[in-house]
Design a protein around this ligand. Sequence first.
Ligand SMILES: [Zn+2]
Length: 340
Amino acid sequence: MTSLPTYVSENKFTSAGALIGVAVCFAVGFAGWPYQMAITAMTNPEGPGFIALILGILIGILVGKLMCRLGCRGGRNVMWFAVAAGALALVVGHVQAYVAFRQGILQTDFETDGEREFVLEQYGFFDYINWRVESGWVTTSTELKGPNKGKVTTTEYKGANVYFLWLGEAFLILAPAAFIALYLGRQTRCQKCHKQMWSRQLGTVQPVDPRVLKAAEHAGDLQTLLYPQQVSARGDSRMVYILYSCPACGQSAYVSGDLRWTEGNKLMSQTLLDRAILPPETLTQLTTRLAVFAEVDATRRSVAQPAAWSPSPPPLNAPMLPPAPPAPIMPKPRDRAPWE
Ligand SMILES: [Zn+2]
């Protein structure tokens, strides 16, 4: 039996890739600096939440795209890098706030310079965090319409509520970053140049015997999976072939085969052949065979249609049409796979 290589969906790092990954994380994580400056300037509660969400989306897209282009594929690989970049952005944000806090002390008037030094020494990073939790902060929102228009509501967040807000902020940044990176990391990419592959439906063979095909998948019988026999029994089980091709290098091509059928109103699908890497001549053979099936299918449908419709009888004086020619016969199945 010939066994063909298949697409490797998880591509972990080379040592060079890991270094680049860490660099990407730091570059993206630094976005926490301007982010913190932006939310500090706001007093209403919705603004910072919205900006946090935007930052999370940006981190997901940037880390996802960059990591995939650098050769680190796979949903989970990329997702954890996006989570790390998001966590770093949160830390960088707090550092920015701390730096601004120290600057505030430096600009405050003290009796002596020694006194200023003393205050600065009192507030290390974690002392500052404790101070933030204890003092909390105040948000104001103004009614924009209704009978209370113009009324200003003030809300104070202190103690545990501050941690709760920080948790919400972390969720708004990390969740979209993780989901977007997971989605981007799972895309099928060229194993040579890491560009995203284009996919299109190559063709369908119908009807097929699902038991034969499932057994072939179990046995790793690629010949049967690529060249299934049509069966005479009526049924809607079909093999649908999808071609993935690289738009950049034009060299890579993978073929997937899905077994599809209907159960009640539901369309079921099971991938039996997952992105096999075919030699060019095998791909040509497969494409040719599927094109023949498609042509026969189209002819059969166009012949069957007038009989199926016949909405009203023809007028009495109309000449009778000759009977439709018989449908062309099914294509002859190949008895040997082309690579044999
Ligand atoms: Zn390529």
